[in-house]
Design a protein around this ligand. Structure first.
Ligand code: ZN
Ligand code: ZN
Ligand code: ZN
Ligand code: ZN
Length: 755
């Protein structure tokens, strides 16, 4: 019997797919990428057509041998990694490894958008060739990111601090956050006043109208005196109902989810980060166990298309008619136009089985999976239901030379709103909501006299633009054309992980470091980190994917000016280590002024008389820009010498623990790590590993029993047992590719990518 081999990237996906294929199929998983650029070097031959130097990823040798063996035994091979650029690259790299040296074996590419019986079988019945254009678009993006990251980061290390990194797209997202912060700081609030009048006609209820015009022009009340004058005039005016406007208003359902809208809604409704949303969506796509069988519950989650398959629409229309009644069903399917950049092969994110409503699978999902699935399911069903209808009434009221307005609306027909309503984000204005839903106006006709019951004025201030949330930043990235469905989540998590932004009340605020790095990058690489430039680069990559552009030509065009900027930045980028900023803070040891300097651990306050006075302190920059000395983070521990609380303080030589009773008590000690010293040369030791700094300023970790015990290491130890060799601690290593967690035991080699 002939055997076929199908390869996907994830074991969970393999398990679900296996269910739908016969015995003549073997399904294997590559467990992600098998090849990548090297970590330690640039890995791109810039001189020779930007040829990437891929190598097998460490630890993937075994996987590749297994795939090779399975391929040798199969008659036909199907490569089914995810249907997008990243998946295409995985497929190419696998094909490169398993393609027989001699002879020919059919290798097909299959795109599985939904892991259902029909989705899998149809994909296999209609396989395609590996698509070189899509692969080249992925390679070009990977190489661009590599060139920018690996060539700019070392300059930052020299000029600012080791371990920093620049990212082609992340740094532009950071720029949006930093520039928004600058706008907020520069914003001058403007005072304005509103006037509201409670009016009564001959028929109840009373209603509230808002002053809108004076002598036909929009009114602006600037201060309390003006407001009082206008109120006095309004209070003595005669009111009559000049005009009644009645109309029906339709509200349409939102289109089915694409990646960006899913991330936004999950953030607003469920409080999920974009990263978390994608992780859960991936699980739902790859398959979760329902009644003992793996089921792919939603379609592929990285997409920018709102297209729906004809089958899905037919099924959901049947469901709506049955569940909600014929009058909730539009006469024809609702069509959603895709953006022009969207790839048409893709579909919106929707449930794969309409007859798995959320309640039916609730017991098989964890709480977060259930909540996300419910969101996808309801949004999809709602998108094919009838619009909601409101009866909206507006009163225009004359009062002397003033005009007031009141409006109300009644929900006449619920339509899709019976099931799902999209959340909207507060827009940062403190103007009371203009929403008039549910507010009912009395049934009065034009010309009706009105009585003033009371009038009230209120003071307001214009508001600065709001800080970005996960939801609004994804929206901004999408609107500016930066990033793609596959990258939004990683852009957001990267700028956070690098310490360039902080989340305060779920909003992005740049850190000092983020602001500094952004400022240096924008100044020295004005093109690369320009929003428009980055957006047009995304478009160029789309052109490569569409076969309309050569990827090497694109890279050449990018690299020539970039290389010049690199050379210039080497010379001209400000060396922040030499920067000082004056303050009014007096040194509490010698009375001189203190200055803000950049140290190995960020900005700190140093005495301007250094080196004769070595006083140094941490500080905080208040929202209004003033500098305040911060005494340091309090520990839950008291001083062994005087009993006062201990603090972590920032000194010239890094962090240390000091007594809050300083200068009366001079107790200090290094910052501990909580990791017990393993001892040297088989000798046991009851010391603890603590943070220290070498003479050259590099942080390292050593036993606090030094010099009795000389155990020391460079990487930060963390209190976690090695899952492989059971060594009692692991270490964190900072690499160009983020933090890696490794086992320090020689010969163990355990390694994982940190957050
Ligand atoms: Zn001093
Ligand atoms: Zn003390
Ligand atoms: Zn020791
Ligand atoms: Zn180990």
């Amino acid at each position: 019997m002939s055997k076929s081999l199908l390869i996907v990237e994830s074991p969970a996906k393999a398990r679900t797919i296996k269910r739908y294929l016969g015995k003549d199929f073997i399904v294997e998983a590559s467990v992600g990428h098998v090849k990548d650029l090297p970590k330690s070097t640039l890995g791109v031959d810039v001189e020779h057509g930007f040829t990437p130097q891929y190598g097998v990823i460490r630890g993937k040798g075994k996987v590749i041998s297994a795939l090779k063996k399975a391929a040798a035994e199969a008659d036909e091979i199907y490569l089914a990694p995810d249907p997008d650029r990243e998946g295409e690259a995985i497929a190419w790299h696998i094909a490169d490894e398993i393609r027989p040296k001699k002879g020919d074996k059919p290798i097909h590419r299959v795109m599985i958008h939904e892991i259902t019986k029909k989705g899998v079988r149809e994909a296999i019945a209609h396989p395609s060739e590996l698509n070189e254009d899509i692969y080249n678009a992925q390679q070009a993006r990977r190489i661009l990111d590599r060139l920018v990251g690996y060539q700019i980061s070392p300059i930052l290390w020299r000029k600012v601090k080791r371990g920093l990194s620049a990212g082609r797209v992340q740094s532009v997202a950071l720029r949006l956050v930093v520039e928004r912060e600058a706008e907020i700081k520069a914003f001058v609030p403007e005072e304005y006043w509103n006037l509201k009048a409670t009016l009564a006609g001959e028929i109840p209820p009373e209603f509230v109208a808002k002053l809108s015009k004076v002598e036909g022009k929009k009114i602006k009340i600037a201060n309390a005196e003006e407001a009082a004058g206008i109120k006095a005039e309004v209070d003595s005016a005669n009111f009559d109902l000049a005009k009644v406007e009645k109309r029906q208003q339709k509200r349409n359902p939102s289109p089915p989810f694409i990646t960006s809208t899913l991330q936004r809604e999950a953030s607003l409704k469920l409080g999920f980060s974009a990263k978390k949303t994608m992780m859960i969506a991936q699980r739902l796509y790859e398959g979760v166990d329902v009644e003992g069988e793996p089921v792919g519950l939603i379609t592929y989650m990285r997409t920018d298309s709102t297209r729906l398959s004809a089958d899905a629409v037919t099924n959901v229309r049947e469901y709506i008619a049955k569940k909600f009644g014929e009058d909730m069903l539009p006469s024809a399917p609702v069509e959603y136009k895709a953006k022009k950049s969207a790839q048409d092969a893709h579909e919106a994110i929707r449930p794969t089985h309409i007859y798995y409503p959320p309640e039916a699978v609730k017991n098989f999902l964890d709480r977060d999976q259930y909540r996300l699935y419910k969101l996808v399911w309801e949004r999809f069903v709602a998108c094919q239901m009838k619009p909601a209808i409101y009866d909206r009434t507006t009163f225009i009221i004359n009062a002397g030379r003033f005009e007031l307005r009141a409006s109300g609306s009644i929900l006449r027909f619920k339509g899709f709103m019976a099931l799902y309503v999209e959340d909207s984000e507060a827009n940062g204005s403190d103007d009371e909501s203009e929403g008039d839903e549910g507010r009912i106006l009395p049934d009065l006709s034009e010309g009706a006299p009105l009585k003033l019951k009371k009038s009230e004025t209120s003071q307001h201030f214009t508001q600065p633009p709001p800080r970005f949330t996960e939801s609004s930043l994804v929206k901004e990235l999408e609107e500016q054309g930066i990033g793609r469905p596959s990258t939004y989540a990683s852009i957001l998590s990267t700028i956070r992980d690098k310490g360039y932004v902080e989340m305060a009340e779920r909003k992005f605020t740049p850190t000092d470091l983020g602001t500094l790095v952004c400022e240096l990058l924008v100044k020295n690489f004005p093109d690369v980190f320009d929003v428009g430039f980055t957006a047009s680069m995304e478009e160029s990559l789309d052109e490569v994917e569409g076969g309309k552009r050569d990827w090497r030509e694109l890279l050449t065009k990018f690299y020539k000016p970039f290389e010049k900027s690199l050379e210039r930045a080497e010379e001209e980028m400000e060396n922040v280590r030499a920067r000082t900023e004056e303050t009014d803070i007096e040194c509490d040891q010698c009375g001189s002024k203190m200055v803000i300097r950049w140290g190995r651990n960020g900005f700190f306050l140093a005495c301007s008389e250094y080196p004769s006075c070595r006083n140094a302190k941490g500080f905080e920059r208040k929202p209004d820009g003033t500098i305040e000395v911060s005494e340091g983070e309090k520990l839950d521990e008291s001083c062994p010498e005087c009993g006062k609380p201990l603090l972590i303080r920032q000194g010239r030589r890094g962090r240390f623990v000091a007594c809050s009773g300083y200068p009366d008590c001079k107790f200090t000690r290094p910052v501990g790590t909580g990791v017990a010293c393993p001892g040297v040369e088989g000798k046991s030791c009851d010391g603890e590993l603590v943070e220290k700094q070498s003479k050259t300023g590099r942080v390292f970790y050593a036993c606090n029993k030094y010099p009795d015990c000389t155990y020391a290491l460079w990487d930060r130890p963390i209190t976690r047992e090695c899952p492989e060799c059971k060594k009692p601690f692991l270490v964190e290593k900072f690499t160009k590719n983020g933090t890696q967690i490794r086992c320090p035991q020689k010969g163990c080699g355990y390694k994982e990518q940190g957050e």
